[in-house]
Design a protein around this ligand. Structure first.
Ligand SMILES: C=CC1=C(C)c2cc3[nH]c(cc4nc(cc5[nH]c(cc1n2)c(C)c5CCC(=O)O)C(CCC(=O)O)=C4C)c(C)c3C=C
Ligand SMILES: [Fe+2]
Ligand SMILES: [Fe+2]
Length: 340
């Protein structure tokens, strides 16, 4: 019997392993127009704002985008990296991918992409597919799961794959806040950062991005993952009872969000006589507007205005050695059976 190998069809690259690192996204410029474009995409995501479209979209495209874009553009301008002409989140997201690529070498192709803005999830997946990746690990860089972040990142990727004739095999990375590596790297980063001070904080505040309270009530586990992160961090640092405090920041709009609120907590701490405070943001894999402006500028001011004397912001894990150790370990664990 003769075997027949048809040759009159295109050759499609295949056989490689890919990792797509997915982050939230950031505007292309700290301007009204660029921020408006970014916010329009972000805030029309039904996983972020669950209000029925018919009610929400006219509000969004009316007052919200008109007023918030200007306010946010001013905030972005304060943290913009003018030398690179980009937002810090973009710098760290790219560097994390470059470093993960270096760590994996020939074992895997690594790309990075955003849920909102550019490079888009479609750009990232297409790049991997073009390189011949027919097995892809989708790695949403959120240590705690939320439908508003993790789920929408993966959903977007599956949406993109709808148009792929040869769809890759796909795995998604789950929340990794309770791995061995994450709390331990976080604890090491706290110790290293505090070691550079000539004062000792009376309190350490772990401030997480909040979500609307109703999302938690409907089953989003994110706040539970945050409280668990704090518990594991407190254990790893062996802190005395009450020294590590958990709070939630960045609420938007008039509805109730998960509490205690970071700004109110810090104001109360200062009024209660706490003078020296250190703050970290364990829900963020990269320093961004919410950490560099909201915590390190706005929250610092709130604390000092109400009687605090010393304020220290502990940076995110970013592309540090500890941070990359977490990302590589989590990726390798989820790639078991795919990596030889
Ligand atoms: C209005 C709803 C929002 C929900 C729900 C939400 C959840 C959420 N967000 C992050 C991480 C980030 N958010 C960032 C910025 C940001 N977030 C919202 C709104 C919601 N976030 C807005 C409108 C913005 C834009 C800035 C502003 O106008 O205030 C960022 C920073 C991006 C950057 O460019 O630096 C991150 C990161 C998490 C983890 C989360 C819930 C778990
Ligand atoms: Fe947010
Ligand atoms: Fe719970």
């Amino acid at each position: 019997m003769t075997s027949r190998k048809p040759t009159d069809h295109p050759t499609v690259a295949h056989g490689k392993l890919g990792i797509l690192m997915l982050s939230l996204g950031t505007p292309d410029a700290p301007t009204y127009g660029a921020v408006r474009k970014y916010l329009a995409e972000f805030l029309s995501d039904p996983r972020v704002i669950e209000t029925p479209r018919l009610i929400w979209l006219p509000i969004l495209h009316g007052p919200i985008l008109t007023f918030r874009s200007g306010k946010s553009a001013k905030a972005y301008a304060k943290i913009w990296d003018n030398e690179r002409n980009e937002s810090p989140l973009r710098t760290y997201a790219r560097s994390q991918a470059e470093k993960l690529q270096a760590a994996f070498g020939d074992e895997a192709e690594v790309e990075w992409a955003f849920r909102y803005g550019t490079p888009s999830t479609k750009d990232g997946l297409t790049a991997l597919r073009d390189k011949g990746c027919d097995r892809i690990l989708l790695f949403a860089l959120y240590p705690q799961y939320s439908a508003t972040t993790t789920a929408t990142a993966y959903e977007k990727a599956f949406d993109v794959m709808r148009d792929m004739r040869w769809m890759p095999s796909v795995r998604t990375v789950p929340a990794y806040c309770d791995t061995l590596e994450y709390p331990s790297a976080l604890a090491a980063s706290v110790k290293d950062s505090l070691a550079g001070l000539d004062w000792e904080p009376e309190k350490i505040l772990a401030s997480y991005h909040s979500i609307p309270r109703s999302y938690w009530d409907k089953g989003d586990p994110y706040p539970c993952h945050c409280f668990k992160t704090s518990r594991l961090l407190g254990d790893a640092l062996d802190l005395p009872e009450g020294k590590l405090v958990t709070s939630f920041q960045s609420r938007v709009g008039p509805t109730e969000w998960v509490q205690p609120y970071t700004d109110k907590t810090v104001e109360q701490m200062a009024k209660d006589g706490v003078k020296k405070l250190a703050v970290l943001a364990p829900a963020f894999s990269q320093d961004c507007l919410e950490t560099l402006e909201e915590i390190n500028m706005e929250l610092r001011e709130t604390f000092l205005e109400h009687g605090g004397t010393h304020f220290h912001y502990i940076p995110c894990l970013n592309d540090t050695e500890q941070g990359m150790w977490v990302l590589e370990s989590v990726a390798r664990n989820e790639l078991k059976g795919w990596l030889s």
